[in-house]
Design a protein around this ligand. Structure first.
Ligand SMILES: [Ca+2]
Length: 249
């Protein structure tokens, strides 16, 4: 009897060990066959989009989607992140992809986004010196200032003191990834989460026009979920986009 119990205990322990090992294999990747979107495992059963969703990927869902242009610069490049997507459209995209693939896709929660951005570290951003910011994030930098605010001296603007060659959105993955291997968590385009804030939704990450203090792993905005036709002169930052998280069934 003692031996049987011992064998059972060993079996139970082995099973637990295997399960723990499996859950600990973070960094595992997955590529969706319909859109070619890539995902990285960041938690038990939770995958986060490795890159922001591109125009080409979103157009598998809505072939005629127009990300428009600003200051005479197109935002419609295949590899640029899709913009002018409301929260409801982002949700529809995730539902469409779930239906197409039999997997469960959805927007990340605010908490999941936070975890993905910090990537296991107690940090708010990936750089120390303003001059280094362009290695990791497309923010309001010298390229942006020179085109959009040519008459305003940089000393009087809240911006990062580097130059990345992108006035508006950069092709996804142009910068260095964070510790989880996720690109553009900060800057480039703001990202919808599914988390409500009163009758709004929380967006994260800041964008190509963000001051450095508005593009951190902790900062957030509250945006009406229908927002997409925004007066650009009032607020560029609600050029929103989303990272889709995949939850294994
Ligand atoms: Ca830039």
């Amino acid at each position: 009897m003692k031996r049987i119990v011992s064998i059972l205990m060993c079996a139970a322990f082995a099973l637990t060990a295997v399960m723990v090992l499996k859950e600990d294999v973070y960094g595992e990747t997955y590529t969706d066959k319909v859109t070619s979107m890539e995902f990285v495992k960041i938690g038990a059963g939770l995958y986060m989009g490795k890159y922001e969703v591109t125009n080409a990927q979103y157009r598998k869902f809505k072939p005629n989607h127009d990300s428009k242009a600003l200051h005479g610069i197109s935002l419609n490049g295949d590899n640029q992140p899709v913009v002018y997507v409301s929260f409801y459209e982002a949700e529809e995209f995730a539902k469409w992809l779930s239906h197409k693939t039999g997997m469960k896709y959805r927007l990340p929660t605010d908490k999941e986004w936070d975890r993905a951005c910090k990537a296991g570290e107690n940090i708010n951003k990936y750089w120390e010196k303003s001059e280094d910011a362009c290695r990791y994030a497309n923010l309001k930098d010298e390229t942006h200032r020179a085109k959009v605010f040519p008459d305003i001296p940089k000393e009087t603007l809240l911006m990062v003191y580097c130059e990345d060659g992108f006035v508006l959105t950069a092709p996804v993955g142009s910068k260095e990834p964070n510790k989880f291997g996720l690109y553009d968590m900060l800057g480039n385009v703001s990202e919808w989460t599914e988390t409500p804030y009163d009758d709004k939704r929380i967006t994260r990450g800041g964008s190509w026009s963000s001051n450095p203090d508005r593009a951190t792993c902790s900062d957030f905005k509250q945006v009406f979920p229908k927002t997409w036709k925004v007066d650009l002169k009032i607020n560029h930052n609600v050029f929103v986009l989303f990272v889709v998280a995949k939850l294994k069934r």
